[in-house]
Design a protein around this ligand. Sequence first.
Ligand code: FES
Length: 112
Amino acid sequence: MFRRACPSRHLIQVTVDAETVNVEAGDTVAAALLALGKDACRTTPVTGSPRGPYCMMGVCFDCLVRIDGKANQQGCMVLVKPGMRIELQHGANALVDVLSAGRVRGTSPGNC
Ligand code: FES
């Protein structure tokens, strides 16, 4: 669906769901995933519907991914780095990390 306007110049290696891939240095994680043909970064916790980057500027939160083991990172706001581990998020599992760490105000694992 997406095609680069200019050819790639400097590729680096990252892993996406444990698969080693080459991405363009300077791309955001969301842009790199789109360039790889991965339109959906996550699935919703309730219905499992696929969601993919939409705004590319940190507003819609449809680009949430796990980066280097840390869940709920906005892929459009993080630049790729060599060796980065990117994982697509699926359903409610991604919320467990946030709730158990108490990072969401007023929540705890007992409130799930
Ligand atoms: S694409 Fe909208 S917040 Fe990242």
